[in-house]
Ligand binder design. Structure first.
Ligand SMILES: *Cc1c(COP(=O)(O)O)cnc(C)c1O
Length: 421
């Protein structure tokens, strides 16, 4: 299937076809440790290469602005009922084109420009849409930022409460892109109640863990939950919204369309539906448990190799290693790893004095290597490769490249499905 698609594209457009093939080969060859990435199943990818792409379906199932929507109505209704079952939500919206669009829609639904909103600071692990000044959020809302305790590097709930009672935000945003620990949603609900604020929980990174039952769910506590389908959830690129409140659900629907978007991407919504079906299978729980087990094993191995980890370890699918003690920036190590076929990203760490373009840390995640079938036993080797890249790059680079090649051949990504491009 993937072969056929690549061949078809290449026959007409060699320039693009060859880049797709090269990217396919890069993904097979490299150890993917970017915590926000994953590799969905062939049916999920296949759904996006269908004629559903062609259909305009502004509106919602059985209430569209275009004719001919009887089939896409079924697709979107199935996606909605599956995502609601998966997270135990009464209402859902599966149209956001991305996590950022989903978050934009929450602001659009619940607050007005100029209102006070609280979000986690970017350098503490927060996301652009939680109040960074170059993003719509920081540009249009009065953002109050909270962070982590400088010593424990754990979310500072006392600070969240103190800031919330002082600034009276209309909405508190919880959730992160680079926070390695569990988040206490019940406590944040208490704080939001004390401050009479909405509680929005952004589960973009941890949606798969929550669906798989290895991270507590915010559903009983949050007014709105936003998420992405392409990270730990292992679906197509895209966003979704959940709530148990009918009034908020109606506001979210009009905030997504017509508030933030025009026509939905029906081919992507079909792929989301397939990913939700997969996530409802019992095997998905085992996969998510393995993601977390692998992260713990990788964290232990990184500590054994002499790396310092933010907060000392991990409870979820990711960790942040401080690379400054090796005389490197995160960007230096990211570049070295790229040369030996290991993909990761430099990331600010709490209290970082380096510019965000360089950063003192590197973020490592296990969703994709777990999708490939790797287990705890492979993690010490990966930590060793990273340590060698940090300390003996010139002399060890050949050895690392060979090791990565062997490991990735043993745990194929799509070649296991009979694809050999
Ligand atoms: C990835 C992420 C998003 C945004 O997702 P995009 O699809 O890249 O727009 C939003 N919030 C958090 C916490 C994220 O990690």
């Amino acid at each position: 299937m993937l072969n056929d698609i690549m061949r078809l594209v290449t026959e007409y457009d060699g320039e693009i076809g060859e880049s797709i093939l090269a990217e396919y080969n890069r993904q097979e060859r490299n150890l993917e440790l970017i915590a926000s990435e994953n590799a969905p199943s062939v049916p999920v990818l296949a759904a996006m290469a269908t004629v559903l792409n062609n259909k305009y379906a502004e509106g919602y199932p059985n209430a569209r602005h275009y004719g001919g929507c009887e089939n896409v109505d079924v697709v979107e209704s199935v996606a909605l009922s599956r995502v609601k079952a998966l997270f135990g939500a009464k209402y859902a919206n599966v149209q956001p084109h991305s996590g950022s669009q989903a978050n934009f829609s929450v602001y659009q639904a619940l607050v007005r420009p100029g209102d006070t909103v609280m979000g986690m600071r970017l350098t503490a692990g927060g996301h652009l849409t939680h109040g960074v000044t170059t993003n719509f959020s920081g540009a249009n809302y009065n953002i109050v930022r909270y962070g982590v305790d400088p010593v424990t590097q754990l979310l500072d709930y006392d600070q969240v409460r103190e800031l919330a009672l002082r600034h009276h935000p209309k909405m508190i945003i919880a959730g992160a892109s680079a926070y390695p620990r569990l988040i206490d949603f019940a406590l944040l609900r208490e704080i939001a109640d004390e401050a009479r604020a909405y509680l929005m929980v952004d589960i973009a990174h941890i949606a798969g863990l929550i669906a798989g039952g290895v991270h507590p769910s915010p559903m009983p506590y949050a007014d709105v939950v936003s998420g992405t389908t392409h990270k730990s959830l292992r679906g197509p690129r895209g966003g979704f919204l959940l709530t148990n409140n009918a009034e908020i659900a109606a506001k979210l629907d009009s905030a997504v369309f017509p508030g933030a978007q025009g026509g939905p991407l029906m081919h992507v919504i079909a792929a989301k539906a397939i990913a939700f079906k997969e996530a409802l299978e019992p095997e998905f729980k085992l996969y998510q448990q393995q993601v977390v087990n692998n992260a713990k094993a990788l964290a232990d191995a990184m500590l054994a190799e002499g790396f310092k980890l933010v907060s000392g370890g991990t409870d979820n699918h990711l960790m942040l290693a401080d690379v400054r003690p090796f005389g490197l920036t995160g960007l230096d190590l990211e570049k070295r790893l790229d040369e030996v076929f290991i993909t990761a990203n430099h990331n600010s760490i709490p209290g970082d004095s380096l510019k965000s373009g360089e950063s003192g840390g590197i973020r490592l995640g296990t969703p994709t290597i777990t999708t490939r079938g790797m287990k705890e036993a492979q993690m010490p080797l990966i930590a060793k490769f990273i340590k060698l890249a940090a300390t003996k790059f010139d002399s060890a680079q050949h050895l690392i490249r060979d090791g990565v090649r062997t490991l990735c051949l043993e745990y194929p990504l799509y070649r296991a499905d009979g694809i050999d491009a």
